[in-house]
Write a protein that binds this ligand. Sequence first.
Ligand code: PGA
Length: 241
Amino acid sequence: MKPSIIMNWKMNPETLSEAIELSVFSDKKGFILCPPFVFLSSIKEKLKNAELGAQNSFWEKEGAFTGEISSQMLKKIGCKYIIIGHSERRKNLKEDEKDIRNKLESAININMIPIVCIGSKERNEAKELKDIKNQIKKIFSDIKLSNSNKLIVAYEPVWAISTNKKNGSASSGRIEKSVDFISKNLIELIGEKSFNQTKVIYGGSVNSENVSNFLKIKGVSGVLVGAASLNKKEIKKFSNL
Ligand code: PGA
């Protein structure tokens, strides 16, 4: 199976013309581009190979929710994926597991593919695993997945994200252990059958130099890329994966 290379542009670039240029350059099979909301429709018209994802959505279908965008709206403009619960939203917008769970439910109800970010600030391994377990429990307990639902869960240690003090990525050993732990916890809550429809991926300072090593780790089926997704030299190398 081809790995999922998810490009999270975050709040970049500034203009539509730059966004279109970047999307045309990044239009490769296996890439999932996640630009800011305002560029989604225009980018959708340009893409021939890459798929489209949003960086967030709201859990209600429609109504008096100023400033929010529903999963339905995103689906209608051709988005297939939604990033849910990114650590930057948890930190800056105070999103909690209840919000994340509501967003997850709204996405799976309309058969979109959620990319749920699970990540801890804890560098200490035992504390990190405890936090991960807790997050997974709060988000996935009693979630009803149908046979057609697909799911992506990203292991995203907060301390490994490139903008957080340049700590560098997590080590391969650490990723393997955490991904295995996440997988086992997920199986307990969603069952083997739904887990077979689930990809577990890694995110945190992924670049063209380290990506192949991450994709060799047992249990890792893709990567979530931040900073490198905006850099043309990097994108070009990613497309050879
Ligand atoms: P990074 O971002 O690749 O710049 O570390 C990853 C992320 O925040 O998803």
